[in-house]
Design a protein around this ligand. Structure first.
Ligand code: SF4
Length: 209
């Protein structure tokens, strides 16, 4: 069994419900929430999205919105002005090029303003039920520390993980790695003494256990 598969097996035992922590009920809602979550905690995003999603249901609603109304609702979010503009521009493109529906494939998703490969893969995996590896800051850090990649480049890290993890587990593996990075393998103070991955971890061994 490859190391990555062992990692996922151990995390499966430790994390019972590896789902994304952003609240959403449609692909559009997850797209909007993901844009809002850049450099902002999911918890904070979840506090503003109920009101946002109540007022704006379709891409067309955002595309035709008074941007001030969106700004007012998302004001507690970091960079709220930029993010409001990003959401509106993204939704305008969805209306113009995709008939108001969030596309369900990578090629089209990455043509949307403000949507990179990471956001596209989050959507594919969590809103469209596809298998996708999204390399966010947590996945990147945990994969590097464990020695599953030596790259700094998210696209290369995605490739490395795709090679080592069976395709039918890509989305689940992404969410497990994100949650492990968020709550245990934290950026500044990884909780190694309580981590079930110690034996497999290059960072831990390098630090002398
Ligand atoms: S042993 Fe430490 S560095 Fe390695 S994965 Fe666990 S928490 Fe992260």
């Amino acid at each position: 069994m490859k190391k990555a598969e062992k990692v996922i097996e151990i995390l499966e035992k430790e994390i019972s419900n590896p789902r994304i922590e952003l609240n959403f009920s449609t692909p559009l809602e997850l797209l909007v929430a993901t844009i809002l979550s850049a450099q902002c905690k999911d918890e904070r995003v979840n506090r503003v999205t109920p009101e946002l999603f109540r007022r704006f249901k379709e891409a067309r609603d955002y595309a035709e919105a008074d941007i001030k109304e969106i700004e007012e609702i998302i004001r507690p979010i970091s960079f709220y002005r930029n993010k409001a503009r990003m959401i509106v521009n993204c939704c305008k493109r969805i209306v113009e090029d995709f008939n108001g529906k969030v596309p369900d494939n990578l090629e089209d998703l990455v043509t949307l303003p403000g949507v990179g490969r990471k956001t596209a893969n989050i959507l594919l995996g969590n809103a469209f039920g596809k298998q996708a590896i999204a390399v966010d800051t947590h996945v990147k850090r945990v994969a590097q520390r464990l020695g599953l990649t030596t790259s700094q480049d998210p696209d290369r890290i995605e490739e490395d993980l795709r090679r080592q993890i069976p395709e039918d587990r890509w989305t689940r593996a992404t969410n497990l790695l994100i949650l492990h990075g968020r709550y245990t393998c934290k950026a500044k103070a990884p909780d190694c003494p309580r981590c079930g991955l110690r034996e497999l971890c290059e960072y831990y061994h390098r630090k002398g256990g």
